[in-house]
Design a protein around this ligand. Structure first.
Ligand code: PLP
Length: 410
């Protein structure tokens, strides 16, 4: 039905949107979405949906308390437009936090509040990229990046990561060219769950500095890090903010506070970035002209009250437990699964027995579907032979999916 409506109206759409929406790029997401819907509608029992990265934990109580506190007795004018970068006092608070975390001297003028991390990436792209510029990204990567590049006429250059899903610095250096403007990294990573090591990031920083020596302006690093506060056992997340001066950190509270629908995030610029004040102005301008205008006012004001409190984060142990349960179960079946360390995604490698010339992941996805279990094949991320499993799903779905894996692969 949906398909038919879209097809009938195809001529209404711009060619770029038509090609994406009706072309192959959207097909995996759409297929999994439609199949899950069909399965739910058929009434044949529970569906074990491991396809969606929609944070399933409720925001912490501290957030609710802070929200009520902010609303009670507030002065007039708190829900109006503000400066496009966001409330100065909120930016000052976040600047101080980031300074402490990364040993840098950020001030309010280095922070731009955004509509989630997705808004942050789009604002940065619009402010920094000309049509034809290239964004290099270690692959596999969050597939929305393709669309964000298309929005500004830039092109995405994926560079295959190492076997442990760390950036392959040598391959990235070899792929640099005069149009490479931005290196986009995401750690902890969606889809792989990998946390990039300090050693690899340091080598990347050194390589970029060497490349900059012959350029008019430095290559910029955008570090998209919405999972950085969703680590297990206090695992450290090394950052380019400490290692490379031309870095912007992009983050949100969609995952660690479970606020994906409230759309609150920000960009923090390294104060050492070349032309940082002008970059800040460019970002604030793009927040405006992209139509975001400013990040949601109420959510901005809640952040200083909730961040840094002991309860200021979702109970990450729930995701950790589900990831460990699933990882252990899959290892027994011969899958390769590194110890989960952050976030809520697993990216298991299929056992040899299930691999075929195409990787075997699509066939396995279909077999699991027959057991009412929805996963995303690695092929959707350009990495056949793997599956992406989201543990942002109820415990029953994890158990149901494990039973399905045992039936299909046991
Ligand atoms: N970047 C990555 C790597 C993500 O996985 C996501 C969401 O899944 C986003 C950005 C978008 O986050 P937000 O909801 O804060 O816009």
């Amino acid at each position: 039905m949906f398909r038919a409506v879209v097809d009938a109206g195809a001529a209404q759409l711009s060619s770029r949107v038509r090609d994406t929406l009706l072309g192959s790029k959207e097909s995996w997401t759409r297929r999994m979405f439609e199949l899950a819907g069909q399965l739910r509608a058929d009434g044949g029992g529970p569906v074990h949906d491991l396809s969606l990265g929609n944070p399933s934990l409720e925001p912490p109580t501290a957030w609710r308390t802070a929200l009520v506190e902010v609303l009670e007795g507030e002065p007039p004018g708190m829900h109006r437009y503000m400066t496009n970068a966001g409330f100065p006092e909120v930016r000052a608070f976040l600047a101080q936090r980031e300074s402490k975390r990364y040993g840098l001297g950020l001030e309010a003028g280095h922070v731009v509040m955004t509509v989630g991390a997705a808004g942050a990436v789009n604002v940065c792209f619009r402010a920094l990229l000309d049509p034809g510029d290239e964004v290099m990204v270690p692959a596999p990567y969050f597939s929305e990046y393709d669309h964000y590049c298309t929005n500004v006429g830039a092109s995405l250059t994926p560079v295959r990561s190492t076997a442990s899903f760390e950036p392959d610095v040598d391959a990235m250096v070899a792929a640099l060219n005069e149009r490479t403007r931005v290196i986009l990294i995401n750690s902890p990573n969606n889809p792989t769950g990998a946390i990039y090591s300090e050693d690899v990031l340091r080598r990347l920083a050194d390589a970029l500095r060497a490349a900059n020596a012959t350029r008019e302006r430095p290559i910029l690093v955008l570090e998209d890090s919405p999972y950085r506060d969703l680590t297990y056992n206090g695992a450290d997340v090394p950052s380019m903010m400490r290692l490379y001066e031309h870095t912007a950190l992009l983050t949100s509270h969609s995952k660690d506070l479970g606020l994906a629908g409230e759309r609150i995030g920000y960009i923090a610029l390294s104060p050492k970035m070349a032309g940082v004040d002008t970059v800040f102005r460019g970002l604030a301008f793009c927040n405006r002209v992209l139509g975001f205008v400013n990040a949601p006012a109420l959510m901005q004001r809640v952040l200083p009250k909730v961040l840094g409190t002991p309860e200021g984060r979702v109970d990450v142990e729930v995701y950790a437990r589900r990831c460990r349960t699933m990882a252990a179960g899959l290892r027994e079946l011969g899958f390769g699964v590194p110890e989960p360390r952050a976030g809520f995604f697993l990216f298991p490698k299929l056992p040899e027995s299930l691999r075929d010339d195409e990787g075997g992941d699509v066939a396995l996805t279909d077999a699991l579907l027959a057991k009412r279990t929805i996963v995303v094949p690695g092929t959707a991320f350009g990495v056949p032979g793997y599956l992406r499993l989201s543990m942002a799903t109820p415990d029953e779905a994890v158990q149901g999916a494990l039973a399905a894996f045992r039936e299909v692969c046991g």
